[in-house]
Design a protein around this ligand. Structure first.
Ligand code: BES
Ligand code: MN
Ligand code: ZN
Length: 495
């Protein structure tokens, strides 16, 4: 997709489709009035007859409007003027793109952003446009054998700004939006692939692809023997039951000064979570193919950072394996020794995410990171607590938590700060090992986070539980690519 910025008004811009906003109660925007004058008042008439009310996300096409420089006008409802904000802009943009994707138009110019809406400045108008158009055009890499629907004909999309001073802001917004979209797209693809395709080996291969694609990215994949040498007994205890070889994937992006401390992102890469010997119940078990979405978001964030050429050093660490039952699998009651030296009593083999992450967090220390953020589909309890709207955000560092939450708000990829602490960690006490891997029914998301916290002494660390946000069920079943937008927004602020 080719994105561009134009200073032409709706009254003068030649395009296959001018995308024009109308507010609730049929209130014309300035762009709508401008193009309406060119085409003899057709918009005003359509609106007066009640054919278009401006409800948020509604669309109505006017083909071949006589007198207008555009071949088509697409009216898009923006909802009430008073409550117009970034979210409304995204909804309207997505609705317009869905229409464009099915139309014959090869290019379009969007006239939706408006003066005076603080939340939607010129930068965000560009950013939102690129992100939303690309997200709306995303198609699941399905394995259906029938004929594929033809791809959308749309290849060029513009955003209109009113003065020269805004050109650069809009361009920067478009470029950042494209970077976010590239990372999100990768994360969605990896998540949506089935577990028999997206194995630990496949994830490692994709990480190597990133190194081929970006000259500032280097990928190293540690095999089982090397993982054993590192004494990652906790990670390996999860991998044990599976025929698939575990991988420890390390991606380094060096966009910053040599020697500058990197940011570390650690992603849970369980390519299928059956629960292991503590086998999960059957219904919806297929969804555990998405248990590698933390890993996918790390690959996505590295891809985005490299695409954008962010001036920082970044290291992505992904412990990847399957969690399966077998004669070799870890059993409830088994005690394993983590890389940190701490011993862990595995009371439930389905609480495996924390077992692979604790070793990856310990491994991250060798990079002397200035901050470490782990991302994991860690607990069903987090889905119960926050649903699909917020990711769970946990940290021992309030400033880091504040930055991440703020980035989530700006990126429309929200996270909610939750507590951790000793009283929760006490629930993990064991008579047989340094700690148990489960802490009872109460506060499940928090005890899981507090387990990880126990391995992060001296690190500036945060944890994102994306169990509720990484994929959607129902008719829209599929990966969301979250929290790539949050992560990239945060990285943009760190660069
Ligand atoms: N991958 C799951 C968490 C999960 C469950 C994510 C449902 C999304 C939807 C994780 O490995 C897990 O099984 N957690 C257990 C922990 C429990 C045994 C303490 C859970 O949440 O039930
Ligand atoms: Mn599990
Ligand atoms: Zn899991």
């Amino acid at each position: 997709m080719q994105f561009h910025v134009t200073r032409s008004t709706a009254a003068t811009q030649r395009t296959a489709c001018a995308v024009i906003g109308i507010h609730d109660k049929a209130e014309l925007t300035a762009a709508a009035s401008a193009i309406d004058q060119k085409c003899g008042g057709v918009i005003a008439r359509v609106v007066r007859r009640g054919d278009f009310e401006g409800k948020l996300g509604s669309v109505l096409a006017i083909p071949d409007p006589a007198g207008a420089p555009a071949e088509r006008i697409l009216l898009v409802g923006l909802g009430p003027r008073k409550s117009f904000n970034r979210k409304a802009l995204r909804t309207a943009t997505a609705a317009a793109t869905d229409w464009l994707a099915r139309s014959a138009a090869r290019d379009a110019v969007f006239f939706l952003s408006q003066a005076g809406v603080a939340e939607v400045d010129t930068y965000y108008a560009g950013r939102t446009l690129a992100e939303t158009v690309l997200a709306s055009l995303y198609r699941i890499p399905d394995l259906k054998s029938g004929k594929k629907a033809p791809p959308s004909r749309l290849t060029k999309v513009g955003v209109a700004v009113s003065d020269r001073g805004e050109l650069n802001d809009a361009r920067k917004g478009l470029a950042d939006g494209e970077g976010v979209a590239a990372g999100t797209h990768l994360a969605r693809d990896l998540g949506n692939l089935p577990g028999n395709v997206c194995t630990p080996t496949y994830l490692a291969k994709q990480a190597r692809e990133l190194a081929k694609q970006h000259k500032l990215v280097r990928t190293k994949v540690l095999e089982e023997a090397e993982i054993r040498k590192l004494k990652m007994g906790s990670f390996l205890s999860v991998a044990h039951g599976s025929e698939q070889a575990p991988k420890l994937i390390v991606m380094e992006y060096k966009g910053g000064k040599p020697g500058e401390a990197p940011i570390a992102l650690v992603g849970k890469g369980i390519t299928f979570d059956s629960g292991g010997i503590s086998l999960k119940p059957g219904p919806a078990m297929d969804e555990m193919k998405w248990d590698m979405c933390g890993a996918a978001s790390v690959l996505g964030a590295v891809h985005a950072a490299a695409t954008l050429g962010l001036k920082l050093n970044l290291v992505g660490i992904v412990p990847a394996c399957e969690n399966m039952p077998s004669g070799r699998a870890t059993k409830p009651g088994d005690i394993v020794t983590s890389m940190s030296g701490k011993t862990i009593e595995v009371l439930n083999t389905d609480a495996e995410g924390r077992l692979i992450l604790c070793d990856a967090l310990t491994y991250s220390r060798r990079f002397k990171p200035r901050a470490v953020v782990d991302i994991a589909t860690l607990t069903g309890a987090c889905v119960i607590a926050l649903g699909a709207h917020h990711s769970g955000l946990f940290s021992s560092d309030d400033a880091l938590a504040r930055d991440l939450a703020a980035a989530g708000l700006r990126a429309d990829d929200r996270a909610w700060h939750m507590p951790i602490g000793e009283d929760y960690a006490d629930q993990l006490k064991s008579n047989f090992a340094d700690l148990a891997n489960i802490g009872g029914r109460e506060a499940g998301a928090i005890t899981a986070a507090s387990f990880l916290w126990k391995f992060t002494d001296g690190l500036k660390w945060a944890h994102l539980d994306i169990a509720g946000t990484a994929w959607l069920g129902g008719a829209k079943k599929g990966g969301t690519g979250r929290p790539v937008p949050l992560l990239v927004e945060w990285l943009l602020g760190q660069a």
